[in-house]
Design a protein around this ligand. Sequence first.
Ligand code: ZN
Length: 460
Amino acid sequence: MENLEYKNKNAWFRLQKPEVMDFAEGYKEFISKNKTEREVVNFAIGEAEKAGFKDLFLESYSGEDFFAVNDLKSVLIFKNGKADITQGINIVVAHIDSPRIDIKQNPLYEKFDVALLKTHYYGGIKKYQWATIPLAIHGVVILKSGEKVELSLGESPEDPVFVISDLLPHLGRKQMEKPAREVIEGEALDPIIGSIPEKGKDGKESVKKAVLEILHREYGLVEEDFISAEITLVPAGVARDVGFDKGAILSYGHDDKICAYAAFRGLLDTNIPERAALVMLMDKEEIGSEGTTGSQSDFLEYALEKYMKASGISGISVREVLHRSFALSADVNAAIDPLYPEVFEEQNAAKFGHGIVVTKFTGSGGKYNSSDASAELVYAIRKLFNDNEVPWQIGELGKVDVGGGGTIAKFLARRGIETIDAGPALLSMHAPHEIASKADLYASYEAYRVFLSKKIELIK
Ligand SMILES: [Zn+2]
């Protein structure tokens, strides 16, 4: 007899545990090493080159599988399919920027014999979570000479770390009465970077000058060079297993590098897809997908134009190709938190370890700001994942009117690409350390691989 009721099973019952655990190790290494969008782009270029992808912007490029780098901060990786691009493309888009603390352009100061850096946070954070945890510095500085210096300090065990101080509870009575948003103010996210004073040329002792001496010695940097720098503070250290059973991963930046990694691996592990397959690893999602490297830019159209010219494909516009294309907006969702179930609507919330979450609409209020995928598209994805035994669930972000959030989906959908959100659900999203299920990571990899390799069709 046909089962009339819908019940969603835990993904661990549907997956092979050794494969899941093994895949997670590769991801842990990736996410421990690549914490900024520039680092992820470099990783992707290296791996794509090894796999035989060609640089789209080389003079000699003539229609092969390609990677296309945009301003060193976002990258497209494209694989030719059995059918050519005129049949449309299957696209998975993830973002590779994560919430963090950026250093201001004139940052250095000293107060009470302690040297600090002024900062401006990036993305949606709970500011109080970032105090008193070890932070590492990642970034680039363009020196006066034009030389570009890469910075990465705080990741290996012998490196120093940087840290934002917080008030002791004994003197924190007033602070503790403030709303959480103000417990640590935006201007109080300045890390300590030095505490040993030295006598400068003027005979005065200063910690700031001593730090400048070190920066000059180590990196050739002078104070004015901070103006032409992008330096960021991220939680220091590597991804760790969570729990006696090691079923989950604690790490900085799961949002959204977990999707970036799963999608990229999915593309590399696809032999020859039915249709052209494309993975887009994008920047600036956390601040609205703006700028030349965000998803609102026209880099996708630009790259496809170049590809079509080099491949001798004519008689069809890029716009037409996009209207025949499908996309998964690969971003994380929120898993129902056992400590805070009240903000979730249980029947429609994503569950930790229940596989990749397909989300028909995001947004807030009355679905405001959401691209809201059609029933026809949801059906196509439902059938695709069921036919290929991908552990998946349907999920909505939080109770109606409790809050909400947006993804890249709408920026693809507005180009005529049939787009739906799909990604793993996290606990502690946007915290310095977020929690992801290994089963959900693997299910996402399977989902993206299957989506990239198969033909998708909408029923009429
Ligand atoms: Zn995200």
